[in-house]
Design a protein around this ligand. Structure first.
Ligand SMILES: *Cc1c(COP(=O)(O)O)cnc(C)c1O
Length: 354
């Protein structure tokens, strides 16, 4: 593994008030960079001061979106230490995304080492207020100056970080979601299982539509049959129906979330019957009408667990658990948050201390 060179910033930026942090607007003092050149492979892993980089207007990423990214967090524990949650899973998923987008794979151990080293350099940026964390955004872009449609021969791998506020500053509140009938996020054979910018570009319109109608998130249907539930916004989704847990199976158009995987492991350990399978919107709304739908929630790194309180679909409207957060939803949230921030034991070995 090539050594990571560190060039420290000579002037450090003032830190924001950690009590009033938002999401994704403030960035730390440093970033990680590494280049790929065909014939040479990935080279020059380095940490440098955070700042703009120069690209040709013809750089491939601007035109054909050959780009992948990841999202994870560093958490400050009560004793002032810093820990990461399952970072090797992010490395593996990044490489799965790379494979689909014809981007050369990176060394997974180097990925984790780069994240750890960068967070250590900017350790003062890991906030200490309840629920706050340092958001870590690794991404790879195609940099060839060329408009020909083919895989780039050069790439830039970059990691930026920034402190983010507590997702539930006003307490954890169930959200309203609506089933999108027209736009689809992903299709079988497409890039749904990858974290690539293109998926997000295609999802923005439905998100705007949902917001206009007073909904917080979109419940996505599959792109082929337009009847199977896939995800909610940019989260995976789970339901408690008649005591059982059901969640959409990973068909190729569903993103394999690390929070999803962690929840399923916890739920199975707690003795719940968990089914990963196809779930139609019809089944879900019928279960709600007959009183069998007990709880519904989304899972993802940003919110951890996002309870769903109401759902709309083709003029139908259902309320889940009286619009209140369910007890299992709450237990999952408390357990994951406890492990991530180190207030609960981590019997799974999911956390890595810096
Ligand atoms: C990142 C992401 C998720 C959640 O994945 P986590 O690893 O749990 O953060 C779910 N759906 C989509 C579309 C995503 O991009």
């Amino acid at each position: 593994m090539e050594e990571i060179k560190i060039q420290r910033a000579t002037t450090l930026k003032p830190k924001p008030d950690f009590k009033t942090l938002g999401f994704g607007k403030v960035f730390s003092d440093h970033m990680f960079l590494m280049n790929y050149t065909a014939g040479q492979g990935w080279h020059d892993p380095r940490i440098v001061p955070y700042g703009p980089f120069t690209l040709e207007p013809s750089a491939m990423v601007f035109h054909y979106a050959q780009e992948v990214f990841e999202g994870l967090k560093a958490y400050r524990t009560a004793d002032g230490r810093i820990q990461l949650f399952r970072p090797i899973d992010n490395a593996r998923r990044l490489n799965d995304s790379c494979e689909r987008l014809c981007i050369p794979a990176i060394d997974e151990n180097l990925f984790v080492e780069a994240v750890k080293t960068l967070v250590a350099v900017d350790r003062e940026w890991v906030p200490d207020q309840p629920g706050t964390s340092l958001y870590i955004r690794p991404f790879i872009i195609a940099t060839d100056a060329s408009l020909g449609v083919h895989a780039s021969h050069t790439y830039l791998f970059c990691i930026i970080t920034g402190p983010v506020g507590a997702y539930y500053a006003e307490g954890i509140n169930p959200v309203r979601i609506y089933v999108e009938d027209d736009d689809v996020r992903a299709v079988k054979g497409g890039t749904g299982y990858t974290k690539c910018g293109g998926n997000y570009a295609a999802s923005i319109r439905a998100g705007e539509r949902a917001e206009k109608q007073g909904y917080a998130q979109v419940l996505w249907l599959d792109g082929v049959h337009r009847k199977y539930i896939e995800e909610v916004g940019s989260m995976n989704v789970m339901f408690k129906v008649g005591g059982k847990i059901i969640t959409p199976q990973l068909t190729g158009s569903v993103l394999p979330g690390i929070t999803r995987r962690s929840c399923l492991e916890l739920l199975r350990d707690w003795g719940y019957a968990v089914e990963e399978r196809l779930i139609t919107a019809q089944e879900l709304f019928d279960a709600a009408d007959s009183g069998k739908l007990e709880e519904a929630w989304g899972t993802g790194t940003a919110a951890v667990i996002s309870p769903i309180g109401e759902m709309g679909w083709e003029g139908r409207h259902v309320v889940v658990n009286g619009g209140e957060i369910g007890s299992l939803t709450h237990k999952l949230y408390d357990t994951l948050v406890g492990i991530q921030w180190g207030t609960e034991p981590d019997p799974y070995g999911w956390t890595i201390r810096l």
